[in-house]
Design a binder for this molecule. Structure first.
Ligand SMILES: Cc1ncc(COP(=O)(O)O)c(C=O)c1O
Length: 404
């Protein structure tokens, strides 16, 4: 199957089949496909030059918008993807602290780089803080520099960091871990602990930025990281990434420091290009309109509530997770607070569920039960999704859970 075009929440393949999109470019298209304001901004800029590899007016305006939106953003530097942004955030932390290791949470995704792929989908469930690469080609010394901890377990993080404090540059966290919310006090606890130990706190806001609130997870949860990685929605569906954070950390990338001991190489031919940043500026302008987040949150509540109802009606035990315009279904009877509590979920059932939805006209990522809503979704789209979910559960998933 090959996709041909998208409009709002509809996508069509090259054979003319229509789908309702519930993945929205993995969350990069928060306004809906081909939103007129974004199309116009990108079209206008494309006619004036697509890339100068130099500061342009839309890039500067977008950096200023990020600085106004995000509490931690004293400085902003653009790259071209979330993967680059988290890699640079980690490099900056290592350079700033002159320490080699980084702590991440098991099951967290931070992009296709080393920190994103170590213990992304671990199978061996090693004793913490040992990590396990989910990708071939990740060298053992890269794995050894990544400490892995269970999300939502401040005591475990404290023990690991206190034992290795002189070695640890940063803690990197998805504040909403995939779709698992932080327990009350967890992010605040990370903030206090890292500050006390001289370790940087990095928020991967690639997903949460401009989505959980205009000011991202740092606004939503009221916890200010030292550095944040941004991407996805920031570009209005065009390629973008950004690192925002403390001036004393971000200033390590200033080119006039080349040759100094702490200088950090940070360069990207297309990072912050004028088309992506013009599209992003237009997208942020739409997101700032009154009612945006009320609408995104109401849609998310309705989707999660509707999913719980159809699961209950079908007699299928599952946890529906998420917050804001995000949802995920985990087929388990256990409360899901971290990777291991979801590990023994019924993944065969999840696969049947996703493929059943797909066959019934719902476009999603068949590898993941994570659903992304957009401002373009309507009640009618949610009803279509829930009807498809109901039919799938009845016709394709009608088996009981295997014993735990
Ligand atoms: C939390 C998080 N960080 C980073 C990334 C990587 O972003 P990109 O795909 O733009 O490289 C993703 C992508 O899904 C993500 O979900």
């Amino acid at each position: 199957m090959v996709l041909d075009r998208g409009d709002g929440v509809a996508v069509w393949d090259t054979e003319g089949r229509a789908f309702t999109d519930f993945t929205m470019g993995w969350g990069s298209v928060l306004l809906g496909h081909a939103h007129p304001a974004v199309v116009e901004a990108a079209r206008a800029q494309a006619g004036r030059g697509s890339n100068f590899a130099y500061v342009s007016a839309p890039a500067l305006a977008l950096a200023e918008a990020i600085a106004r939106a995000m509490p931690c953003a004293e400085r902003v530097r653009f790259c071209a993807s979330g993967t680059e942004a988290t890699a640079y955030a980690v490099r900056l932390a290592r350079a700033f602290t002159r320490r080699p290791k980084v702590l991440k949470f098991e099951g967290a995704y931070h992009g296709a780089n080393e920190v994103g792929t170590v213990s992304l989908f671990p199978r061996r469930l090693l004793e913490f803080p040992a990590g396990e690469p989910t990708s071939a080609g990740v060298n053992a010394d890269a794995v050894a520099d990544i400490l892995v901890a269970p999300f939502n377990d401040l005591a475990a993080v404290t023990a690991i960091l206190e034992a290795q404090r002189a070695q640890v540059a940063a803690v990197i966290v998805e504040p909403l871990h995939r779709c698992t919310p932080p327990r009350p006090g967890f992010l605040g606890g990370l903030r206090e602990l890292t500050a006390e130990l001289g370790i940087l706190l990095l928020f991967d806001e690639t997903v949460t930025g401009f989505r959980l609130a205009y000011g991202g997870a740092q606004e939503y949860y009221g916890v200010r990281p030292d550095v944040a990685a941004l991407g996805k929605a920031l570009g209005g569906g065009y390629p973008i990434g950004a690192v925002a954070g403390r001036a004393d950390v971000l200033d390590l990338v200033r080119e006039d420091r080349l040759g100094e001991a702490g200088y950090v190489w940070f360069a990207s031919s297309l990072g912050g290009n004028p088309v992506s940043t013009a599209a992003g500026l237009a997208a942020l302008g739409e997101l700032r309109k009154p009612g945006t987040y009320e609408r995104l949150f109401a849609l998310g509540e309705r989707l999660r509530g509707g999913l719980r109802d159809v699961l209950a009606a079908a007699g299928v035990t599952a946890q529906v997770q998420g917050d804001g315009p995000l949802a995920a279904v985990v087929f388990t009877d256990r409360e899901v607070v971290d990777y291991r509590s979801a590990f023994r979920s019924d993944r065969a059932m999840a696969r049947r569920f996703l493929l059943g939805l797909f066959r019934r006209g719902i476009f999603l990522n068949p590898m993941s039960t994570k659903l992304y809503l957009s401002l373009a979704h309507t009640e009618a789209d949610l009803a279509r999704f829930l009807d498809a979910a109901q039919a799938t559960l009845r016709e394709d998933c009608a088996t009981t859970l295997p014993p735990a």
